[in-house]
Design a protein around this ligand. Structure first.
Ligand code: S3P
Length: 182
């Protein structure tokens, strides 16, 4: 995690982390607490493509999805006073990391494989977890991605033992400090 850096002028909070880490729910609570707008990159991708994520993956594959994701991220560039909830794989494209960091304070919502499995089970809208052994898939993908989340993040939050409200409250407090009352 990078601790000191030139902070962007724009006051945004960017939530990153694995599928099922709570980015959307916590993002909405956080946006409400800060009085900021809320933007979910997956929703923006669906709007841009005109079809659900499962269809984008099925018809065009992951590379096309990543293209759309990077495009959406670039287009968020001029927003201010917003909370962005991003897709779990956004950090797998190297150029996205600088875009995320240029957008605002980047917070990594971390969760254990067990907590993730519990949160995503019974949910079939995540194509990358539709495997024979989702538990093994989660463990493997987490191992690959943890260094990427770490490299992108200004702050790290372990979500396993906290409620979404507690997490959102804590991030709002650090965001106010991070923005330095700007
Ligand atoms: C993905 C995560 C999903 C969505 C897509 C790919 C990933 O978003 O962007 O299914 O590669 O981890 P969530 O993290 O919001 O589930």
């Amino acid at each position: 995690m990078r601790t000191s850096r030139t902070r962007p002028d724009r006051k945004n909070v960017v939530l990153i982390g694995f599928m099922g880490s709570g980015k959307t729910l916590i993002g909405r609570l956080l946006a409400r607490g800060l009085g900021f707008a809320f933007v979910d990159t997956d929703d923006e991708i669906v709007a841009l493509a005109g079809k659900p994520i499962t269809e984008i993956f099925a018809e065009s594959g992951e590379p096309e999805f990543r293209e759309l994701e990077s495009k959406v991220l670039r287009e968020l560039g001029d927003r201010d006073r917003s909370v962005f909830s991003t897709g779990g794989g956004i950090v797998t494209i190297e150029a996205n990391i600088e875009l995320l960091r240029a957008a605002g304070m980047v917070v990594w919502l971390d969760a254990s494989p067990g907590a993730i499995l519990e949160r995503v089970s019974g949910n079939d809208d995540r194509p990358l977890l539709q495997t024979e052994d989702p538990e093994a898939t989660i463990a493997e993908m987490l191992e690959q991605r943890r260094p990427l989340y770490k490299a992108a993040a200004d702050q790290h939050v372990d979500t396993d033992d906290l409620s979404p409200d507690e997490i959102a409250y804590g991030i709002a407090e650090s965001a106010r400090v991070w923005f330095g009352g700007k």
